[in-house]
Each structure stands twice: as C-alpha cells, then as structure tokens.
Design a protein around this ligand. Structure first.
Ligand SMILES: Cc1ncc(COP(=O)(O)O)c(C=O)c1O
Length: 463
C-alpha cells in the first residue's frame, strides 16, 4: 500500500497563509481583502457547550422547525449571508469592475488559494464549480472513452453520476458495471474489506478494459461511507485506473485530505454540508490530471475541458480551463469561500468528530426507541457518516405510509427530514424506503432527543 502523509490542521493553517499565496504567484499585499466575511471566531478558551452554542447562533434557520435535511441542502451562516448580500449589492452597483472586490480575472484566485489547504490540496487543484452534478458531468463528459471501455460504479449512486454514465453508454458504447455494494440492515456486519474486494474483483474480471472507477464517498441512500482511500490505493492505482469520487455529502462533513485519499477527481457540493449558497460546489483535479497521461498513454487527449478552445485557452492550464464557464456568480463563490473559512476556523477535524458523534448517538437512540426498526446506516466508525437512514415500519416497501409519517412529523412537530429509496440488492424487485436524518454542527443532543420523541409521538398517532 502506498503511504502518504496526512497534513495536520496546524500545517494546513500554515500552508493557508504562506504556501497557498505563493503558489498562486501573488503577494499578500495585492490580495483583495474587502470581499471576504468578517470572520467567525471559535473561542478556544470557552467551555465546550458555550463554543457550540456560538456556532448554533450563527444559523438563521427557522426556530419553529428543526432542520435535519442537510443532505439535500444546507443553510448559510449569518456572517456568510451578510457578506454575500453586501457583495451582491456591490456587483449590482458596479457590474463592470465589481469595485475590484474579487481581484483580477479570473476573480477566484484568492478564493481557491485560501480554501485549498483546508482540503489537503494545492490552490491550482481546486475548481469552484456549480455543484456536485456540475463537477461529475464536467469530468465524465470530458474523459476520453471508446466502445468496449468499462466503468465500475455502484448500485447506490445518485443521478449526478447515473445520468452522465448513461450518456457515455449510449454515446460511446461504454459498459457501465453497477457493483452490488453491501448494505447494512442493522447488524453492523459489513466491512471496509468487502468494498475493497468488490472493486478489486471487478478490476480483475475486466482487466485491461476498466477506464474509470467512480463511486460516492458517502451514499445518499443509506449514509454508508465507502473506504475511498483504500479503493484508490489498493485497487485503482495499482491497476492504473483513474478515480472520480462523488463527494456531495463529505465536503463540510468530514475532514478531507484529497492528496491523502489519492483520487484523480473529487466532485462535491458547496451548498450541502459546507453550508455555502445554492449552486456552489468544489471540484478537485489532482495535479492537472497528469496521471491520465501516464495511465492512458494511448490517448492523445485524455481529458477535454469545459473551455477547450485550442489556441485560446491552452495556456490557462487545467484549473482555469475547467473553471472558466463564462461570466460567473462571484459573490456566491466568495460566500462558499467564507463558509469554508469558518469551517477551517472551527477545525474540520472538530466538526467531523462532532457530527459523527451526534449521528452515532442518533443511531443508538433510534435502536432503543424502535428496537425492531431497520437501520441501514452502519454504526461502524470507518463506514459511518452524519447521515442516518432507517424505517420504523414493519413493511419497509410501503412508501405511502412512510411519506405520510415524514409529512406529519414536519407538520405536527416541525422536524424536517426526508425519505430515500434503494434496492438492498440490485436484483430486488421492489424498492426499500427509509427516512433520512442529517445531523450537523448546528444540532446538539437535545435536537436528537427531540426528534426521537416526536417520531414516537407521530408513530403512536398513526397506529
Ligand atoms: C450522492 C449525491 N451526489 C450528487 C448529488 C447532487 O448534488 P448537487 O445538488 O450538489 O449537484 C446529490 C444530491 O443530493 C447526492 O446525494
């Protein structure tokens, strides 16, 4: 196994203020400073509870409800929101030069420079995209495929992957193999090794034909976290297969280090767990995608970019060719940057610990309150996330009853969660349905207890 070193938070902070700026070829004095938010302070000397109360106060979520559907979309913190509004006003007042708020063209250099270290990436490896779907489509539609090529993925992917994969199959005759990943049904018996073995077996079965491995770091259906680093390092790299990870749910939830994971591409949302504005995302492209030249030396041009106009954009390099989408929403990208800076200030490792422990508590309380309920999110540290999927009803195929439960919960108690559906095994003839709970940094144990009480109450009223 290849050993790579994880960058410590302290080192990340150091990189943020020094190397990142140097890498962008600009000096600190030239950076535009007015665009970013005033900055949230996570007081290290405050008592644990007081610190998190301060975080909670940063969110303007409707107090009459308890919002637990971050998996669909998050909510901007107050300071981010205020600065977003200010920047929108500046752009509206001065559309031409935007009062030089975002620096020189391409206007995002300071943004990518300041957030890249928080993700264990270099500044020129980060593209501020529109969302996960945009990132997935940009890469999948950019890669060079031919008839007979194989792409390995899983049977629990989102339409953000399904849709472009379908296009590749229809357009080029690419064979997309949907691997049946293990789904936990409450006994916590699945293992990381099962996922690694599954991909390894398929890479071996289709040896020489597999041109891409793509999977969700955290599935949106059950919240299962796949062993991304192990799949990259133990399966993809030794077989010279590029990797594209759908990180819709991990950005802002986990303390990610893209270099450590060792994937080629990582596409995620800025508007979900990272709590940036709508239509923002983060796309990581490792080292200008140069590993593709090594893997696909038979290809003259293994990756086409959004801006691939020859002679015009070549000199810009990979990052800007993917970044350039015509005129952009710079206040939104700044707001995403501001949210990332707030996460860096709190500490991404601190946030990960907090949200995973809340989700663990949620699973354990669910087990106690609904002993016969099916819980599809593993309570196994390496495979767990801040998403909990479960179904308290005996008939887990009954969507009508579950939908009524979800709606009553919202209308009668103010707890907002959603439903998901999936096949436990691909060959299942009917869908399994589940409720999906997202626990984030603005929640606490009282919110989880309140949710469980509310669910017991609604279930009782329906019986
Ligand atoms: C696994 C996964 N991928 C992609 C997406 C799409 O995300 P976005 O809205 O950022 O494009 C979602 C949205 O829920 C998702 O759950």
């Amino acid at each position: 196994m290849i050993e790579t070193k994880k960058i410590s938070p302290a080192r990340r902070h150091f990189l943020k203020v020094t190397t990142g700026i140097a890498a962008a070829g600009i000096t600190a004095s030239l950076l535009p400073t007015q665009a970013s938010a005033k900055g949230f302070k996570f007081e290290p000397n405050h008592h644990h509870k007081k610190r998190w109360k301060k975080v909670q106060k940063e969110f303007v979520l409707d107090k009459k409800t308890t919002y637990m559907n971050i998996g669909t979309t998050g909510s901007m913190p107050k300071s981010v929101l205020e600065n977003y509004q200010e920047n929108n006003l500046s752009v509206a007042k001065n559309p031409w030069d935007m009062q030089n708020k975002f620096g020189a063209w391409p206007y995002v250099t300071e943004m990518t420079t300041s957030i890249a270290p928080g993700f264990g990436a270099n500044a020129n490896e980060i593209i501020l995209s529109r969302n996960t779907t945009d990132g997935m489509c940009s890469i999948l539609n950019g890669l060079h495929f031919e008839a007979g090529d194989v792409i390995l993925t899983t049977h629990h992917e989102h339409v953000a992957a399904h849709s472009p994969l379908h296009v590749l199959a229809a357009r080029y005759g690419v064979e997309v193999i949907y691997l049946d990943i293990p789904v936990d049904t409450g006994d916590n018996s699945i293992t990381e090794q099962q996922f690694v073995d599954l991909f390894a077996l398929a890479a071996n079965q289709y040896a020489g034909r597999v041109r891409l491995i793509t999977f969700s770091h955290i599935t949106y259906k059950t919240g299962t976290r796949l062993p991304a680093k192990r799949i990259c390092q133990e399966v993809a790299i030794p077989n010279q297969i590029p990797t594209l990870i759908d990180g819709a749910h991990s950005i802002g939830m986990l303390d990610l280090d893209f270099h450590d994971i060792d994937c080629d591409f990582y596409a995620g949302s800025g508007h979900k767990w990272q709590c940036g504005p709508g239509a923002t995302g983060i796309l990581f492209v490792r080292d200008g995608a140069t590993r593709l030249d090594q893997y696909w030396s038979d290809c003259e041009n293994p990756l086409w970019f959004i801006n691939s106009s020859l002679g015009h954009a070549d000199y810009l390099g990979t990052q800007l060719q993917l970044q350039y989408i015509g005129n952009d929403n710079y206040p939104a990208k700044q707001a995403l940057t501001d949210a990332c800076k707030m996460w860096d200030e709190i500490g991404r490792d601190t946030i990960e610990t907090r949200v995973l422990s809340l989700s663990k508590y949620c699973k354990q309380q669910l087990k106690t309150a609904f002993p016969s309920a099916a819980i599809y999110s593993p309570d196994i540290d390496q495979l767990a996330s801040a998403i909990t999927s479960f179904n308290p009803f005996e008939d887990v195929n009954d969507l009508v009853t579950l939908t009524e439960f979800r709606d009553r919960l919202r209308e009668q108690t103010g707890f907002i969660i959603r439903t998901t559906d999936f096949k436990i095994q691909q060959s299942d003839t009917v869908d399994t349905h589940a409720l999906r709970i997202s626990t984030h940094l603005f929640h606490d144990h009282n919110d989880v207890d309140g949710l469980i009480n509310a669910m017991q109450h609604v279930l009782y009223s329906m019986s």
